[in-house]
Design a protein around this ligand. Sequence first.
Ligand code: CP
Length: 363
Amino acid sequence: MPTSPPADSAAVAATRPLAGRDFLKELDFTAAELSSLISLAAQLKADKREHTEVQRLRRRNVALIFEKTSTRTRCAFEVATYDQGGHVTYIDPTSSQFGHKESVADTAKVLSRFYDAIEFRGHGQQTVETLALNADVPVYNGLTDEWHPTQMLADFLTMSEAREVAAGEASGSAADGTAWADLSYCYLGDARSNMGNSLLVMGAILGADVRIAAPRELWPNAEVQAAAHRRAEESGARITLTEDPATALAGAQFVHTDVWVSLGEPASVWAERVELLRGYRVDAAMLALTDRPDTAFLHCLPSFHDTNTAVAKQVAELTGLDDGIEVSSEVFASSANLAFDQAENRLHTIKAVLVATIGDRSG
Ligand code: CP
């Protein structure tokens, strides 16, 4: 029996320009499009809490290709799809022909015959771009070396919620193009890869005050910086790249960091990386440089904030950082830490991407 599509809420209707689109990197989108996804995520989060969620992914199947490990991204795609009435297939690095016996292009063509969308996490951005070029269905970037766009939606939803709580406002202002103009945040650490690139560019598109503090050799590359400056000219964003944490932190509402050695890098780089980044570690003294009592801390996770993982233990033995590496145990355990709200928001924001791009719509 055919069923009528559910009526569109205002938040769903605002994402209409995203129907059928890929989600590969932030630079592919306007500020209004990204803001509409964050607003839809806020709506879907409230709907789930109130048990009023409308299922828009019934009869939808999503392929999840993971060349690298994941907890949050995989679980968010799976639970988001299930919540919305759809199904997923998880494809791990060893259980398909992908990239070994079958080309990325051929895989895209095959999966397009089975699925309504394809998520990919892996190494080079080129792979997800090739998938998208050859697929007939939307392709989503679940993290590449260069970009982490679904993480950005969660980070901006989390910062938006924290600002609304601080201001005592009702939620739902994120789709307003002016909502980000007075947002300031700082990223401390290795800024050359996905998190540094994405935080720089996302803030530039949305018109925020973005500060990056890192040793110069760990700044985003010249192409990423140029793209950020171009988008900042359109949006009015303010961009600061500096080697001086105090300059970057002054007045910042939010402080982000990430692990100092990325997924896939060899353990041999730890000693050199720690020496480069020791002066950018987020501890209580570093947070105090914002000179604000309400500064909050964000981390995309996983984090080395104690010695309860084998890697963190090894690095602690190597470097003496036994109370957290990129962030101190004290900051991580404090009320300033929003990382678990941020982790939960991966679910709601990834659900927004799915609903916007492949969800049932009225009319
Ligand atoms: N933040 C993030 O992408 O987490 P996972 O690696 O667990 O997916």
